[in-house]
Design a protein around this ligand. Structure first.
Ligand code: SF4
Length: 365
């Protein structure tokens, strides 16, 4: 049977962080129980249509849903999940995680992603996070205590008041905790977030300073043993996120829950951002057909491995020609020091990633 990545959105948070535009609500036990049942019945509609070799509980905040409900979902999904699956849960270090990790580990969870964002407590406050850096050390300790060693920490770059000194502090904090994976995202102030409403009073770094911080962070991560494999993701050897790689490799994934997206049967579709409509059983909305060359190249170019000629030829009837025309367009960017481009492969370096949105459209259209 076909192997896909299974994403389960947990749309609950204790409170909204100022910068966040992910879909979440404040839930009570009744709503979370109803949501858990709705996830299980939505999954049931895929019976015998796929197996998942990666499962990712994202959010929102899966740790707010609690270990027992995660375990109910995993138990119901048992027949979908391969024995060697990577099963990740995102957690907020401000939650009580001892029992949560104990139950999750027992139910098959083998990877956790912890929202650190910064090891500097003043930065955490400015980001309106509800935990301290000490809570993160404790979360890592508890995950390991319960047998979950594959740990990823999230960092945020280009935040208010951040300096090279505090970036170093945060990266060294992660490396000293000996985690295997670090994601480092640049802060973007999105519409419909509390930060957007008070944008004028938030002093975030300008574009040039943001670029410098990104390049600085890439170097520091590299020097602490984390190899970049995607624009914002760094890992020790063998610990890249198998689930997220499916997105960038244009492989199939099924998303369950409000705002969750899927790419399945060549189609892209998503659930609307409304927990009540999801609980009522509303079906996902068709977005577009997927899997064309443009989409493939755009996603692959997020990876340090980039696009290879061999794979283009394997996946697309006109792959040889498409690679050839990308290569011609890429030559000037190679001369500018932004990418590697030869007869076999086109791939951005970290300077290129900073301009990738602009360059990609020139390469593929
Ligand atoms: S950043 Fe995470 S914890 Fe904060 S509101 Fe968004 S989903 Fe919730």
């Amino acid at each position: 049977m076909r192997k896909v990545g299974l994403y389960i959105h947990i749309p609950f948070c204790v409170k909204k962080c100022g910068y966040c535009d992910f879909y979440s609500v404040v839930g009570d036990d009744m709503l979370m129980d109803a949501y858990t049942s709705a996830v299980i019945s939505a999954l049931g509609e895929y019976k015998d249509r796929f197996v998942a070799d990666t499962v990712y509980f994202g959010g929102g905040t899966p740790s707010v849903l609690g270990g027992k409900r995660i375990s109910l979902i995993l138990n119901a999904a048992k027949e979908f999940i391969t024995p060697d699956a990577e099963i990740t849960v995102e957690v907020n270090p401000g939650d009580n995680l001892n029992e949560f990790f104990a139950i999750c580990s027992h139910s098959g969870v083998n990877r956790v992603s912890i929202g650190l964002q910064s090891a500097n407590d003043s930065e955490l406050k400015r980001l309106t996070r509800r935990h301290s850096s000490g809570d993160v050390s404790e979360a890592v300790r508890l995950a390991r205590l319960h047998g979950i060693d594959n740990i990823s920490l999230d960092l945020m770059l280009a935040t208010e008041g951040q300096t090279e000194g505090t970036i170093t502090q945060s990266i060294d904090f992660c490396a000293d905790l000996n985690v295997n994976h670090i994601s480092a995202y640049m802060l973007k102030i999105e519409e419909n977030t509390p930060f957007y409403d008070k944008k004028a009073s938030i002093n975030i770094p300008d574009e040039d300073a943001t670029s410098e911080m990104y390049l600085f962070a890439c170097d520091r991560l590299e020097s602490r043993g984390y190899t970049q494999y995607e624009i914002s993701n760094f890992a020790r050897s063998g610990y890249q996120s198998r689930h997220n790689l499916k997105y960038w490799n244009s492989e199939e994934y099924v998303g369950i829950g409000p705002s969750a997206h899927s790419y399945f049967d060549q189609k892209r579709f998503f659930y609307e951002r409304d927990i009540h409509s999801f609980i009522k059983g509303t079906q996902p909305i068709f977005d577009s057909m997927g899997g064309d060359f443009e989409e493939y190249a755009m996603l692959r170019l997020r990876l340090c491995d980039g696009v290879s000629k061999v794979e283009c030829e394997r996946l697309f009837a006109d792959g040889k020609e498409r690679f050839g025309s990308m290569l011609s367009a890429a030559k000037k960017y190679e001369q500018a020091g932004l990418c590697h481009a030869d007869d076999e492969r086109i791939a951005f370096n970290k300077n290129g990633f900073l301009l990738s949105n602009m360059i990609i459209s020139d390469l593929i259209y």
